[in-house]
Design a protein around this ligand. Structure first.
Ligand SMILES: Nc1nc2c(ncn2[C@@H]2O[C@H](COP(=O)(O)OP(=O)(O)OP(=O)(O)O)[C@@H](O)[C@H]2O)c(=O)[nH]1
Length: 643
């Protein structure tokens, strides 16, 4: 298999670390299998050559067999060894080339007996080209396996000549590779850390039945070791070293984790680093220990890998390669686990922050157009989860017509890179048809080389309540509390707006009235302030009754009011004022069964676009009001320049 040449496929793979790891594991696996194939082919060629030689010379020139690199032996039909060459002697641990009455089967382990019997039966039945892989009888040292190949059966099938080949190393390599593949598969499938670490330990143990291994992990503070995996070490031993401090003299693992260097204790009983644990190690049947520190990506030590043997023992270069490899794999597994944990923690913090705030979340992949809306988003606006196919289109369709232009402008400026953040307040239509005020905040988290946005994430909050309170506050700030009319500030604003409108458009006109209740002080004095207030409210009711939709009435203070009549000529304003005056005069305030009469004096003026200030007309109307008061009250006076 080759890597895909499709760049899209390459990117996709790189985007998923698990897939990338799996691919590189497969590529490595293929390379290893090729290597094994080559080694096996070499071995076979060697054995075939030995067999050919053997067939030619065995009977007549037995001593020359000793020159063969491969082992040769002759086995009788009754299963006794009648001849072994030097290489076979070495391999089988024999001291004599003519082992006499030695049973061939006695050289092999218990599990090998059935296979051996079957092999010999086939050989003596005359089957050509038989072969068989068997484990030799265990001694205290490492396990050894041999490959038996039939060289030649005797003419009368009373004896057979066999070639023997030590395949222990190849077997170990095969087992290690299988174990390695298993670990890589587990890594690629995001298996639990413990499972991966156990697979690493079992992999090392599988290449030698005498080995026991463990992985100790350094705690977050970096000063104590805890068992990460030790499936085949006795529990009492694991417990005795669990939580050990690291430092020089703290066994092999504690020292290796502290110094960052490999530590080999060929004989635990004699090694100074094992002084505190030599007894428990002996009880556990452990006589040798080699420990390899597990380095992290930033060279920070993550823990230590250790392999133990039941007999004093020094590592070969092959053994060292094996524990280094185990430490490397452990490092990958631990780092990945920590990264995943950190990611999970940060995702949880992020989720907590989002959920806690009650905000909805959006994640927009601008290139593909796909938008993720969090469940809270749909809840907020009352839609079923994932209700939208075309999320962008559905979202746009629901924005209030008065807001959409500002929203889209802000969004586009942010996507183009003109502004950093997208922040927009707008109304969005809920499923029940009501509008909700919402605040959207977005951040472009990745851009293309040309600066255009590739991905934006953001939040959306329901700000309807805040908007309602703002409206209330605005209302309060511009409204007279007692009468609900515009207050002085708001009324002056309205006059200014109207003045500006007249200045913009020549053909328009407008008038302003100043109104003041007559002898209001007397009402207060006679009936009290509360009745005075009631009279102000009563007057306001009458006034409202006379107003058109676009007129504005305001209370400027005390018993002083003003009215703006947009579009009104002086004549129309005078007739409005007279109507109002009469209505007030004819509608006294009822109080405790009696009528408290009231009248109002009114001064009025047109609003002139040429006035220097927007309140000039108000001053003219005020002057006219003064005249009305002076002239005896309860009357309407038009300002002089309008008269
Ligand atoms: N009840 C009540 N009285 C107010 C309020 N604001 C001002 N006043 C009173 O209104 C009265 C205004 O009296 P003046 O300015 O003398 O005017 P007036 O008595 O109406 O006399 P003319 O305007 O000349 O007809 C004062 O007694 C103020 O205390 C208010 O909100 N409620």
């Amino acid at each position: 298999m080759e890597r895909s040449s499709d760049p899209q496929a390459g990117d996709a793979a790189a985007d998923t670390p698990a897939a990338a790891t799996a691919i590189s594991a497969h590529v490595e696996e293929i390379e290893r299998l090729r290597g094994r194939l080559r080694a096996t082919e070499r071995e076979h060629a060697e054995v075939q050559a030995a067999l050919a030689e053997l067939q030619l010379r065995l009977e007549s020139e037995a001593p020359q067999c000793n020159q063969f690199p491969a082992g040769c032996c002759t086995v009788d039909a009754d299963g006794h060894l009648s001849f072994v060459n030097r290489a076979a002697m070495q391999l089988l641990g024999l001291t004599s080339a003519k082992p006499g009455q030695r049973k061939f089967a006695s050289l092999f382990g218990k599990e090998a007996q059935t296979d051996l019997a079957d092999f010999l039966a086939r050989v003596f039945a005359g089957e050509a080209g038989c072969s068989c892989e068997l484990a030799l009888a265990p001694n205290r040292r490492r396990e050894r396996r041999v490959l038996l190949l039939l060289g030649q059966a005797g003419g009368d099938i009373r004896q057979c000549h066999l070639a023997l080949l030590d395949i222990s190393r190849r077997k170990r390599t095969e087992q290690r590779e299988q174990a390695r593949s298993k670990v890589l598969e587990l890594l690629a499938s995001d298996a639990a850390l413990r499972e991966i670490l156990e697979a690493i330990v079992l992999g090392v143990e599988s290449s030698d039945g005498n080995a026991r291994a463990s992985i100790m992990l350094l705690d977050r503070r970096g000063d104590r070791l805890f068992t990460g995996a030790a499936p085949n070490l006795p529990d009492f031993f694991c417990e005795s070293i669990n939580g050990m401090d690291i430092g020089i003299g703290q066994g092999c693992c504690g020292t290796a984790a502290f110094t960052g260097k490999r530590v080999v204790a060929e004989n635990i009983a004699l090694h100074p680093y094992w002084r505190n644990w030599s007894e428990v190690a002996e009880r556990a049947g452990l006589a040798a220990c080699w420990s390899q520190p597990i380095p992290g990506a930033s060279r920070k030590i993550l823990g230590a890998f250790a392999v133990y043997y039941p007999y004093p023992h020094q590592p070969t270069s092959d053994d060292l390669w094996s524990i280094e490899e185990a430490a490397r794999l452990s490092s990958i597994a631990i780092e990945r686990h920590r990264d995943a944990e950190a990611l999970r923690a940060s995702e949880e913090r992020w989720k907590f922050a989002i959920d806690g705030s009650g905000d909805a979340l959006f994640d927009w992949d601008i290139g593909s157009g796909s938008i993720f809306l969090s469940p809270r988003w749909y809840d907020m606006f009352g839609y079923p989860q994932n209700a939208f196919g075309d999320v962008l289109g559905e979202w746009r369709r629901r924005i209030h017509a008065e807001d959409i232009e500002a929203v889209m402008e802000c969004l586009e400026r942010c996507l183009d890179g003109n502004i950093d953040n997208y922040v927009a307040e707008y109304r969005l239509r809920c499923r029940d048809g009501n509008w909700k005020w919402t605040l959207a905040r977005g951040l472009v988290v990745s851009r293309h080389n040309d600066g255009s946005a590739a991905r934006m994430i953001g939040t959306q909050s329901d700000i309807s309540e805040r908007k309602r309170m703002e409206d209330e506050l605005r209302e309060l700030a511009t409204t007279d509390v007692l009468t609900g009319l515009a207050n002085r500030r708001r009324f002056i604003e309205r006059i200014s707006e109207e003045h500006a409108r007249l200045q913009r458009d020549d053909g328009l006109k407008a008038a302003v009235l100043m109104l003041d209740l007559d002898h209001f002080k007397k009402v207060n004095d006679r009936f009290g302030h509360a009745v005075g207030d009631a009279m102000l409210v009563h007057f306001t009711g009458i006034l409202r009754g006379q107003l058109r939709r676009f007129d504005t009435a305001g209370r400027l203070g005390g018993e002083e009011f003003a009215v703006l009549l947009p579009g009104a000529s002086i004549a129309a304003a005078r007739s409005f004022a007279s109507r109002l005056r009469r209505a007030v005069e004819s509608a006294p305030l009822g109080y405790k069964g009696q009528n408290v009469g009231m009248t109002v004096s009114i001064g009025l003026s047109s609003i002139d676009p040429g006035d220097p200030g927007s309140d000039t007309s108000l001053l003219r109307a005020d002057a006219a009001l003064y005249e009305a008061k002076s002239a005896g009250r309860n009357r309407v006076v038009v300002a002089r320049n309008d008269a």
